[in-house]
Design a protein around this ligand. Structure first.
Ligand code: HEM
Length: 493
């Protein structure tokens, strides 16, 4: 009798285990999902008023979400990549989330099946605070509106003519800003290099897209506008992901103000436009507004996004390159020699290496629009995707000296999109939602750095750290935490 009972129990247990095993969904490697923690517990924990208890419980039951609230997206992603490998699945804010630094999978998401991933994930309320919810192109989660604005305003205006114009405009912008070099000095011959570079890229963007010719915005104003952009980036990081339960009243108010300030800047800039001029970006926006194809808010957000995307990313990248040069005399000497012969190989590779070594966009965030499958493993609709570019750019199989700043790493790497399934170097992303300003960034950075290095030498000053030691933080763009002070000396001709 006893043996029959035991046999029955063993039989049913085996059936149960087999059934459970066979119905268990295949998933990518990662921390084991906590099966006995119901999803509603997450929201119940968020509702707790006591912040310490809330954090402790989140850490205990939803450690992945806790990490993303406490650290920034790139740091939390790197934590999981180093623990589980180049494809990791975690549960972030109750959503499946895949962190990828595997080149083939990244290419699949961004390019081969890119249409299914033209959304980014983010907190709806936070995006509304930023003015990005359903507006503009960077974080617009209405795919139709994103597509329309990207194609008709951004892609249309970033054409080959603008790239030609950009060469001359960048040249003029450098001259203009350098004429006011003293306004960037914190003491004799020591400048805040980050702000100097931002003033240049901002001036270029305003001329090319907003019909404000180089020199028409006084430098003091330029500095004020640039600072509003920097503050918006901080607000962006603050609002992007975390649930509102983690907002702190005084910080929310501060960041809300930064968003308002930049919107005021946008209005001021738009009001100075001369409609008789032939400026494709701003004119197309106004035309679409008159034809009721876009709203005023959409128009303003497109202008705001052109300003934020066009200013900081290239400035930070150039700063990293200047920093690298300041500690590598041979590299600087060779670059100078090459530039004098009107050759650009070191310049191009130096900028590429700066983007590899410290990608200013360390992660690319996306979201699955429909159910999908990769290597027989399902990816549910709504799954968050994080492409970990930092890790991808440091793989020893793809880069000969991954942890060193050395031009050898990128000599054979191309910036243009290839149809290869193994694009291992993706500083601008790839596919339908790739960086729309990639070629402009290349042109302007090359002109600015060439002109600066031909005329000046830069050295670290006032405690500015080396490229390797530099402290940075993710405010959407990976920014130095301290101002980039450098001494600047005119070269003798
Ligand atoms: C060194 C300079 C730059 C770097 C490293 C950079 C990098 C990136 C990256 C990684 C993305 C995300 C791509 C993706 O999701 O696949 C992006 C998006 C974008 N970039 Fe850039 N970028 C740079 C300069 C610029 C410039 C100069 C502009 C504008 C003139 C610009 C405009 C944009 C816009 C509008 C998007 C959003 C596109 C969309 O979501 O549809 N970027 N950029």
């Amino acid at each position: 009798m006893l043996t029959t009972g035991i046999l029955i129990i063993i039989f049913f247990s085996t059936i149960y285990v087999l059934l459970r095993y066979s119905t268990e969904k295949k998933r990518f490697p990662g921390p084991k999902p906590k099966r006995f923690v119901p999803n509603f517990l997450f929201f119940s924990i968020l509702k707790l008023r006591d912040e310490t208890r809330r954090k402790n419980l989140l850490k205990r039951f939803f450690p992945e979400s806790f990490h993303y609230v406490e650290l920034t997206v790139p740091l939390a992603s790197q934590y999981y990549t180093s623990k589980y490998g180049d494809i990791v699945q975690i549960n972030l804010f109750n959503q499946p989330t895949i962190i990828i630094s595997n080149a083939d999978f990244a290419d699949y998401i961004l390019r081969r099946n890119g249409k299914n991933y033209t959304l980014r994930f983010g907190n709806q309320l936070g995006l509304a605070y930023l003015g990005m919810e359903h507006r503009g192109i960077i974080w617009n989660r209405n795919v139709q509106r994103w597509k329309y604005q990207r194609a008709n305003f951004f892609q249309k205006s970033l054409n080959s003519k603008i790239l030609d114009d950009a060469k001359y405009i960048s040249n003029d912008a450098v001259d203009y800003v350098l004429k006011h070099l003293n306004q960037f000095e914190i003491q004799a011959n020591v400048v805040d290099t980050m702000d100097l570079l931002r003033a240049m890229t901002f001036t270029i963007t305003c001329h090319l897209f907003l019909d404000l010719p180089v020199g028409s915005i006084p430098i003091e104003k330029t500095k004020h506008y640039v600072n509003s952009i920097v503050q918006y980036f901080k607000a962006w990081e603050y609002f992007l992901l975390k649930p509102m339960e983690f907002y702190k009243h005084h910080l929310t108010a501060k960041h809300e103000q930064s968003v308002k300030d930049l919107n005021e800047v946008v209005k001021e800039i738009i009001s100075q436009r001369d409609p008789s001029q032939n400026c494709l970006f701003i004119n197309s926006l106004f035309h679409a507004l008159e034809e009721n194809q876009i709203t005023k808010q959409e128009m303003n957000q497109c202008v705001l996004e052109m300003l934020i995307a066009g200013t900081d990313t290239s400035s930070v990248t150039m700063f990293y390159f200047l920093l690298a040069l300041s500690d590598r005399e041979d590299l600087e000497k060779n670059l100078l020699k090459e530039l004098k012969q009107d050759s650009h190989t070191i310049l191009i590779n130096g900028l590429k290496e700066s983007m590899r070594f410290k990608p200013v966009g360390p992660v690319i965030m996306r979201c699955a629009i429909q159910d999908d499958i990769y290597n027989d493993i399902p990816i549910e609709k709504g799954t968050n995707i994080i492409i970990n570019l930092v890790d991808m750019h440091r793989k020893s199989k793809d880069f000969s000296k991954p942890d060193e700043f050395d031009l050898i790493n990128v000599e054979d790497k191309d910036l243009s999109n290839t149809n290869s399934e193994k694009n291992v170097f993706l500083p601008f992303g790839i596919g339908p939602k790739e960086c729309v300003g990639r070629w402009l960034a290349k042109v302007e950075m090359e002109v600015i750095i060439a002109k600066l290095i031909l005329n000046y030498s830069f050295k670290r000053a006032n405690g500015t750290k080396t490229l390797e030691e530099l402290q940075t933080r993710w405010d959407i763009a990976q920014q130095p935490t301290d101002p980039g002070y450098m001494s600047i000396e005119k070269r003798s001709t």
